[in-house]
Design a binder for this molecule. Structure first.
Ligand SMILES: [Zn+2]
Length: 78
């Protein structure tokens, strides 16, 4: 019999966020700065990457770049 209490396996996931002022991260796809622009409310996709069920690192993407990359960590949630 399989164990009833299966451990939750953490999976990589993506969320969409507005780019914040002072953002210093680089897009994992185009390698350009994910830059805040006062007049344009651009969005970024932040991905928590899990490897073998353990958190490994965070990746940032411009929203269009994430789509272009083929949504490597699934559909982003808000
Ligand atoms: Zn980009």
């Amino acid at each position: 019999m399989a164990k009833a209490a299966t451990k939750t396996k953490w999976k990589s996931r993506a969320v969409t966020r507005l780019i914040e002022a002072g953002s210093m991260t680089e897009c994992a796809h185009c390698e350009e700065r994910v830059k805040f622009k006062a007049r344009e409310r651009h969005k970024q996709v932040i991905c928590n990457v899990y490897i073998d069920g353990r958190w490994d690192h965070v990746e940032h993407y411009h929203e269009p770049c994430y789509k272009e990359a083929g949504r490597p960590f699934g559909k982003p949630v808000d």
